[in-house]
Write a protein that binds this ligand. Structure first.
Ligand SMILES: Cc1ncc(C[n+]2csc(CCOP(=O)(O)OP(=O)(O)O)c2C)c(N)n1
Ligand SMILES: [Mg+2]
Length: 345
């Protein structure tokens, strides 16, 4: 009984948000499809790692609504996105093809992201304005502030949105980025996907404030906390942050609380954002169980074909290992080039 009451309340909240945000059934189905597709890609990547086909990488399981919701207002090709290693769902939602993700994870020569040369998940795309992350957490927050500063100087009207975990907010880079962005009212959105743990360190062991969002006050920007299992709540908060950034009001720190899901079991996890949206859409008649099963089957078939092609793609030729390390006009592989009269490069 209690459980049913909770669910009724949750659905009523979602109905209200949906009206406020003017989201139609098609918009919600698109969000659901994006979240489901990310989950299915993520499952395939986990299998590849378990089978020894691919080296490391982190799962976006449980972060799907946070990521898909945060990029909903993004103007693809104009706005910049500076992701971290969990942001698979965000990248798929803005149009990065699953094939690219598989080729990258498998380090193939035809990987459009790095030709199989960089660590997997340091995604980038010129066309989608995705900027590659460094291996060091929080560095992308500084890059985002710098890009937003440049966009502002050029009157580009572009927004930079960057993502990171709560552990990354202990880094100096994060604080410098927020300070600079707050000072100059930059069009940047800092999205913290808070899953409560950084490797093995719980949030309580690394910060003396209750919420990452509390830190925003020190830098003169709003700090907003949002439920990352609820894609509609995330879309609402993200739209507000984009509106602020685009209209010159400056940055926002968005703390999206994401659930930590266990490994996939036979019973659905009630905190699972994909499952929550599925149950809601079915309850409202926007999706039938048959249409849901068909969507899953169609997505799975497309992904399995893409994965098969990626597994058959060639590995990089070892003879090319020295390529792309220095600019093509560089006559010497040394950082100080004698051809330039010893000028630093
Ligand atoms: C500067 C720096 N310190 C340590 C690491 C090692 N490291 C990689 S991921 C990670 C945990 C980050 O946790 P969080 O920011 O909460 O992100 P999550 O993986 O939980 O999403 C750490 C410490 C690193 N990559 N860079
Ligand atoms: Mg974390």
């Amino acid at each position: 009984m209690r459980r049913q009451d909770d669910e009724r309340m949750r659905f009523a909240r979602l109905d209200a948000r949906r009206i406020t945000l003017d989201l139609q059934a098609d918009d919600l189905l698109r969000a659901y499809r994006n979240m489901l597709r990310a989950r299915l890609v993520d499952e395939r990547l986990a299998e590849l790692r378990a089978q020894g086909y691919a080296a490391g990488g982190a799962s976006c399981r449980g972060h799907e609504a946070a990521q898909v919701g945060c990029v909903e207002p993004l103007n693809v090709g104009l706005d910049y996105i500076l992701p971290y290693y969990r942001d698979l769902a965000a990248l798929l939602a803005i149009g990065m093809p699953p094939e690219a993700i598989f080729l990258n994870q498998l380090s193939r020569a035809t990987d459009p992201i790095s030709g199989g040369r960089m660590r997997p998940a340091q995604w980038n795309s010129r066309a989608l304005r995705v900027v590659s992350a460094s291996g060091l957490v929080a560095t992308q927050t500084l890059h985002a502030a710098g890009i937003a500063f440049a966009a502002k100087l050029r009157h580009e009207n572009a927004v930079a949105v960057t993502f990171f975990g709560e552990g990354a907010t202990s880094e100096g880079d994060f604080h410098e980025a927020l300070n600079f962005a707050g000072l100059h009212h930059l069009p940047v959105i800092f999205v913290c996907e808070n899953n409560g743990i950084a490797l093995s360190t719980p949030q309580s062991a690394q910060m003396s404030v209750a919420h990452v969002a509390d830190r925003a006050a020190g830098y003169g920007m709003p700090g907003v906390i949002v439920d990352g299992s609820d894609v509609l709540a995330v879309i609402g908060a993200a739209r507000e942050a984009f509106m602020r950034a685009r209209s010159g009001l400056g940055p926002t720190l968005l703390e999206v609380i994401v659930p930590r899901l266990g490994p996939a079991g036979s019973m659905p996890d009630p905190h699972d954002p994909v499952e929550q949206l599925r149950v809601y859409l079915i309850s409202r008649g926007d999706l039938s169980p048959e249409a849901d099963a068909q969507m899953r089957a169609d997505l799975a078939a497309g992904l399995d074909a893409a994965l098969k092609a990626a597994l058959a793609a060639p590995l990089p030729d070892p003879a090319t290992v020295g390529e792309h390390l220095f600019a093509p006009d560089s006559a010497s592989p040394s950082p100080t080039n004698p051809a330039d009269g010893g000028k630093e490069r």
